[in-house]
Write a protein that binds this ligand. Structure first.
Ligand code: 4AD
Ligand code: MG
Length: 461
């Protein structure tokens, strides 16, 4: 079978030749003696128009096919210089590989994203979702390419773990215990000794802690895999299952970390603009006008950099506009993040050096004793897309911090070993893959950039 993408890219090779294509019916119109079918085969956006007539042995069977049916069409490709499309196929044979029924949920009209979310098994057959998931695939490839070209080692960190990297307690527990009959200790606590791992375990919220151990051996590594958070926030940018990219670099500080993050984002944007021009034009025309201008501006300008303390001063001047007022010490809400990047900086911006109270235990304490060497990268339209930091590499400072937070040293022995045996400055970050896709496509809801999204109260398919 010839792919439709090939027809558009190498038209000269196929015009006036007999070809055979397979695809799904997007629309069909028929009259008494002839008909038109618009066929899409998923290899590119553009469909192929099929013209058929009652010369077909199975003319009536073909005329009766419904939208969504799978067909194989044999015939001659002819140029159509006066039509909207550059060519069409004049069918000599049409084989109905799989019929569809009139109740096919994707009729030839615009369906809302909300409706399409209810049929996540069929929505990849629409133009929008073909574009989204082709860009998602390319973006994953671009990220691997970026790191591999620079010699980073790709590390597969475990999905089941006993630790809570972010310390937020937002974990999905993993157990083989019968929940209706949980064994208890004498003190009445859950007894995990008979459980599969003999201790409480959960799905990972981040691969970072394991990633750090490999950075202390390979110097620069990255992870790219699924992470899970039982955050009870029903927003357009939170999913319970999402993918994260987490590079970790040794002999590096926060400035190196931000440089790497900025280079990665620019590389990925450039790669996708170059390799998915049609999809990106589609988003620019139908999803987010101005997307291309914005992304082109981003690859040609420096990201902003501002400390948390400075950012709070800037935001305090606009407190009348916020639902939650800001003051030093508060965690930034999406409305504040978006105001900073959209109204004040008008480009991506790194906010650095947050108060230690609102960040994780592993971040390096700054000299002021109040803030940590953290960075969040904020982008217009979304807010936080990256969270990262320089890590505390000093054994005493780190154990003291863990004690303050009530963390059990025994659970983090491996992590503390890194600070005992050849400790070194190091830093890393986590990029939320879905948020990157939202940023690249202009899609406004994380549910529309994940093939089968998992969010609060939703685990369909
Ligand atoms: O800021 P976070 O929590 O950082 C970490 O997990 C660090 N361990 C990363 C590191 O330094 N290696 O999460 C990182 C990013 C966020 O900036 C966001 O883009 C994304 O992960 N993210 C989510 N994406 C979708 N749904 C959620 N519930 C997300 N939570 C975080
Ligand atoms: Mg964060």
């Amino acid at each position: 079978l010839i792919e439709i993408k090939d027809l558009y890219e190498n038209k000269e090779n196929f015009i006036d030749k007999e070809i055979e294509v397979g695809g799904w019916v997007r629309s069909i119109r028929d009259s008494k003696t002839f008909g038109f079918i618009v066929l899409n085969d998923g290899t590119c956006f553009k469909p192929l128009q099929v013209v058929y007539s009652d010369k077909l042995d199975n003319f009536s069977e073909v005329s009766k096919t419904n939208i969504g049916a799978a067909l194989i069409v044999k015939g001659k490709l002819v140029a159509t210089p006066n039509a909207k499309q550059p060519f069409e196929i004049q069918a000599d044979e049409v084989y109905v590989e799989g019929e569809s029924t009139p109740d096919y949920p994707l009729q030839k009209k615009r369906h809302s994203f909300e409706y399409l979310r209810t049929i996540s098994h069929l929505r990849p057959r629409t133009n929008t979702f073909q574009a989204v998931f082709r860009v998602r695939s390319l973006c994953a490839y671009a990220i691997h390419k970026f790191f591999q070209e620079q010699g980073f080692v790709y590390v597969h960190t475990p999905l089941i773990t006993g630790s809570d990297c972010e310390g937020a307690g937002e974990m999905f527990q993993v157990t083989t215990m019968d929940l209706n009959n949980v064994p208890k200790t004498e003190e009445g606590k859950v007894d995990y000794t008979e459980d599969f791992f003999g201790k409480p375990t959960n799905l990972t919220v981040s691969g970072q802690l394991n990633g750090e151990t490999y950075a202390m051996a390979f110097k620069k590594i990255y992870t790219f895999g699924p992470t899970f958070r039982a955050e009870n926030s029903n927003t357009t940018r939170h999913a319970a299952e999402f993918w994260m990219i987490e590079p970790e670099i040794a002999f590096a500080d926060l400035a190196d970390d931000m440089e790497l993050a900025e280079a990665m984002i620019k590389y990925v944007i450039k790669y996708v603009l170059e390799n998915a021009p049609e999809e990106m034009n589609f988003f620019n025309n139908f999803v987010d006008k101005g997307l291309l201008d914005r992304l082109n501006h981003v690859i040609n300008s420096e990201f902003g950099r501002v400390t948390y303390t400075e950012a709070i001063k800037l935001l305090e001047e606009h407190n009348d506009k916020f639902e939650y007022k800001v003051s030093w010490g508060v965690d930034l809400q999406t409305e504040h993040e978006r105001y900073l990047t959209e109204q004040i900086f008008k480009r991506p911006v790194f906010v650095t050096d947050y108060p230690k109270e609102i960040k994780a235990f592993y971040m390096k304490l700054n000299k002021d004793g109040k803030t940590v060497a953290a960075m969040d990268c904020l982008v217009p339209g979304i807010g936080e897309i990256i969270g990262g930091s320089q890590r505390e590499e000093n054994y005493e400072v780190l154990t003291k911090r863990m004690e303050e937070l009530g963390l059990n040293e025994k659970d983090y022995q491996f992590y503390l070993d890194l600070r005992k045996y050849g400790t070194a400055r190091h830093a890393g970050f986590g990029l939320g893959f879905e948020r990157m896709i939202m940023y690249l496509t202009g899609m406004g809801n994380i549910r529309d950039v994940i093939p089968f999204p998992r969010t609060v109260n939703n685990c369909e398919l």
